[in-house]
Design a protein around this ligand. Structure first.
Ligand code: GLU
Length: 499
């Protein structure tokens, strides 16, 4: 099996239907096409399969394109960017399908079928009862000229006359040869009674006319491929090469669906997954780079992508792995890059770092990201972890309150505030030394000072090094928060209801 660069310049396509927002499965297909086109300096075509108006969702076509762009996936030709092989919307290509349909019919490769829906339903019921697969019995294929004349003007569909014997072999670039016996294939419908083509026909005309060299799509389409190959043959066209990429399955090996959590691209982004992490994750779903690297951004994936290294078996979608990758990006990117990405998540919490509700802290925004990012798995976590630097602490973690805000805590916090007021050096190390000193002086453990302090100044019981947090907040915020917490402890009736 070879996936060497073909003689013709590579042209691939992604052909979604505008029926909703982009699902991970579609993003996976779009990404593999994009990567293949980039790897081979080819062209990537975006084609809109928008002929089924009953399933179309208003605005979905534009939304889907915008969502893919969020991942950095772009195309060279498409409904929005144009190109030499347009139009790129199937709804604008009907005349092309009509021409081709007439040609297959005139060549005697397809025939009009006048069977009524009732007859077809009865036939199917009979086949089901006899335990046979549903199949058109070919009645109209063998009508005489006289019979045809009799039917003229009646509603009809056009069916492809599939050869009775022999086989069609799909020489798939990933799966190898997949054989389909003609005896197993129906004389399938290529034109509906309303004159419009069916999916398999439209796709063949478009792929041919758009000079597509490689059809890379999900393997749920494998069963369509022999039909499409028969159409290429009937139309006298050279078919493209086919590569059916593995379907995405959930961990329980069922088809990935809503009940497995987020499946739409936007859901992931809303959960604070970086587009780069998502691309990285999807790029390695069913594909493994030769050097076994795990962290690759779009450009790096484009350099190593190879259909020969795409697995045949289904790829299991694992949200933990995605989160792990996301964590790695948040940890290892330059903090300034992460900082720009977390802004929207902070904004969603009403936080503008340059104009904080309380502060400003003693560190800059990039420093704040650096302080907090160690424990963040997502941008949502990161923004949550950063909030204490820019907004007042209004609630305290309940388990923390039970543990650290008990009897004597308010006095302790006031004593700490007073002791810190005289601190001249507000660095991490000096603060740490001061706490050690105070613990010895008051004859308590360091923890007995550290835990209530953290709860008072951050509202939580976990986070980065406390002394780094105190240094970052600066003396006035820390001292004010210690006093505010003491007051909160002393005046339970004055607290806003915590519902
Ligand atoms: N509109 C089809 C889909 O979204 C495209 C199939 C193909 O790539 O041929 O599954």
């Amino acid at each position: 099996m070879t996936t060497n660069v073909p003689a013709r310049a590579v042209r691939v396509r992604y052909a979604p239907s505008p029926t909703g927002s982009v699902h991970v499965g579609n993003a996976h297909t779009a990404l593999f096409n994009y990567l293949f086109s980039r790897r081979h300096q080819g062209r990537f075509v975006y084609r809109l399969e928008d002929t089924d108006k009953s399933r179309e969702v208003e605005g979905a076509a534009e939304t889907q394109m915008a969502q893919l762009r969020l991942l950095g996936i772009t195309w060279d030709e498409g409904p929005d960017v144009g190109g030499p092989y347009g139009p790129y919307r199937q709804s604008e290509r009907s005349h092309r399908y009509q021409e081709a349909l007439e040609r297959v019919e005139a060549a005697g490769r397809a025939y009009r079928c006048y069977c009524t829906p009732d007859r077809l339903a009865a036939m199917r019921a009979e086949q089901a009862q006899a335990g046979r697969p549903p199949r058109y019995d070919g009645r109209c294929r063998h009508l005489s000229e006289a019979e045809r004349t009799q039917h003229a003007g009646e509603p009809h569909v056009l069916r492809l006359a599939v050869p009775d014997s022999g086989e069609t072999v799909v020489a798939d670039l990933i799966r190898g040869d997949v054989r389909f016996q003609h005896s197993e294939l129906d004389d399938f419908v290529i034109r509906k009674s309303d004159g419009t083509p069916l999916y398999n026909f439209g796709v063949v005309v478009d792929d041919h006319e758009m000079a597509i060299t490689h059809v890379i799509r999900g393997d749920e389409h494998l069963a369509n491929t022999p039909k499409q190959l028969l159409l290429y043959e009937a139309l006298g066209w050279e078919p493209p090469l086919f590569a059916h990429i593995p379907m995405l399955l959930a961990a329980d090996r069922s088809k990935l669906s809503k009940r497995h959590g987020a499946t739409a691209l936007v859901d992931f982004l809303e959960q604070g997954i970086l587009p780069e992490a998502l691309v990285n994750y999807l790029g390695l779903l069913g594909f493994s780079p030769p050097d076994g690297r795990e962290m690759l951004e779009l450009d790096e994936l484009s350099q190593v992508f190879d259909l020969a290294r795409v697995q045949r078996s289904a790829a299991v979608y694992d949200p933990k792995k995605l989160e792990w990758l996301n964590t790695q990006y948040i940890k290892t990117w330059p903090a300034a890059r992460v900082a720009e990405r977390v802004r929207p998540q902070l904004a969603a919490r009403g936080i503008t770092p340059e104009d904080p509700a309380e502060g400003p802290p003693a560190i800059d925004f990039v420093g704040a990201v650096d302080l907090v990012r160690e424990r963040a798995h997502t941008l949502v976590d990161l923004a949550a972890g950063m909030a204490f630097l820019y907004a007042p602490v209004v609630t305290y973690d309940a388990a923390g309150v039970a543990k650290h805000f008990g009897p004597g805590a308010s006095e302790r916090l006031r004593e700490l505030a007073a002791a810190l007021e005289s601190a001249s050096d507000w660095s991490h190390d000096a603060l740490e030394a001061r706490y050690t000193e105070l613990a010895a002086q008051w004859n308590v453990s360091r923890g007995a000072l550290i835990h209530p302090t953290r709860l008072a100044v951050t509202g939580t019981t976990v986070g980065p090094s406390l002394f780094a947090c105190l240094a970052a907040l600066g003396p006035s915020l820390v001292i004010a928060r210690l006093r505010r917490a003491a007051q909160w402890i002393d005046e339970p009736l004055a607290r806003p209801s915590e519902s």
